[in-house]
Design a binder for this molecule. Structure first.
Ligand SMILES: [Zn+2]
Length: 70
């Protein structure tokens, strides 16, 4: 399992809604009408996914690669 987009800095974040510590794990993401699961920091309580700009950029590039491979 690749985890390049999850950095220690990401784990300093807390959920902006319920102040829970974020955890890294599989979450479902929808992008360009494609649904897939990937590892991202997210809130275990309310399921809010924390996507920083850097994560989004890397993840979108990764997704586009996946789509091209199809
Ligand atoms: Zn939360």
């Amino acid at each position: 399992m690749k985890n390049d987009n999850v950095r220690p800095d990401d784990l300093k974040w807390r959920c902006c809604q319920c102040q829970s510590d974020l955890v890294v794990g599989q979450v479902a993401v929808t992008y360009m009408n494609n649904r897939f699961t990937t590892d991202l920091p997210h809130c275990p309580v309310c399921k809010t996914v924390m996507i920083t700009e850097a994560v989004a950029m890397g993840k979108m590039a990764e997704v586009e690669q996946i789509l091209e491979d199809k």
